[in-house]
Design a protein around this ligand. Structure first.
Ligand SMILES: [Zn+2]
Length: 279
């Protein structure tokens, strides 16, 4: 459609529209800068919906939704008097599109957070609070994923290294379970070798009633093994603890997350043992 603006005026008009559109985004950016948060970039055009802010490492995307353009239920901004259907349709499409972007990002493993324009303008403190909480949770989740991944890989490498003549012995499996059980109950991590092994190099609680109690607590039959008898198995237990850096690998986790991960690792060993029992 022809307009009667000079090129210069048209440029100025476009600029005005653009700068109005990014006013709240700029507010978010300066807020993040003020919070001394790092590791983010603006207008990530390579991601669905070009998030206003993208934290690549945390895989976290932030959007600010304009209250008019996204039909904010709080502000209930009135539609222009003319062409109401046009505006209504436009807003509905914006909402729909935002929903689709959320879904696409989530499917890529991203977490999405959306803020309303009015929140940024009227209650920046609340926005900052929410941002901090989101970042904290996200950092924790990413940390957890990374650590879980590493420990699982190391457990798997240990399993391969300890498989001899195609078999992981009952002694080694039981010693592995006990070693991980020790990490769960260690007073602090990393655990010291002296607290987990006798002077003679024997894994503690690896015989008699202690052993039976531990193994059955994780779902193995009470007659699975009466005593870890081979020297090899005690050494295997030590290798497993070394692979996990005596638990140092888990120290960034909260106590609960740490415990959940150790239970998961023990569960993997118990599954192997149970599979062998069924053969
Ligand atoms: Zn609003």
């Amino acid at each position: 459609m022809a307009d009667n603006l000079s090129p210069e005026d048209r440029r100025r008009t476009m600029q005005a529209v653009t700068s109005k559109a990014t006013r709240i985004e700029r507010k978010l950016w300066s807020m993040l800068a003020g919070m001394r948060v790092r590791g983010w970039r603006k207008n990530a055009a390579d991601l669905p919906g070009a998030p206003d802010v993208a934290f690549n490492e945390l895989r976290l995307a932030l959007f600010v939704d304009g209250c008019f353009w996204h039909g904010c239920p709080v502000c209930k901004r009135p539609l222009p008097a003319t062409r109401r259907d046009y505006w209504q349709g436009k807003i509905e499409r914006n909402i729909e599109r935002a929903r689709r972007y959320n879904l696409q990002l989530q499917q890529m493993g991203w977490r999405v957070a959306r803020f309303w324009e009015h929140e940024l303008l009227r209650d920046p403190r609340a926005v900052r609070r929410r941002l901090r909480a989101i970042l904290r949770t996200r950092r924790r989740a990413m940390n957890q994923q990374q650590i879980a991944h590493t420990t699982q890989e190391r457990l798997e490498a240990w399993r391969r290294a300890c498989t001899r003549r195609g078999k992981l012995s009952r002694n080694t499996l039981a010693a592995g379970v006990v070693a991980l059980h020790h990490l769960r109950h260690a007073e602090s991590l990393p655990a010291s070798r002296e607290t987990l092994f006798s002077a003679g190099g024997e894994l503690k609680q690896s015989r008699g009633k202690s052993l039976t109690t531990i193994l059955s607590a994780y779902g193995l039959p009470t007659d699975y093994l009466k005593e870890v008898t081979t020297r090899q198995a005690h050494q295997d237990a030590q290798r497993l603890l070394e692979a996990l850096e005596w638990g140092a690998l888990l120290t960034p986790l909260t106590r609960d997350d740490r415990d959940a991960l150790l239970r998961q690792l023990i569960g993997a060993l118990v599954q192997l043992a149970q599979a062998q029992l069924q053969q």
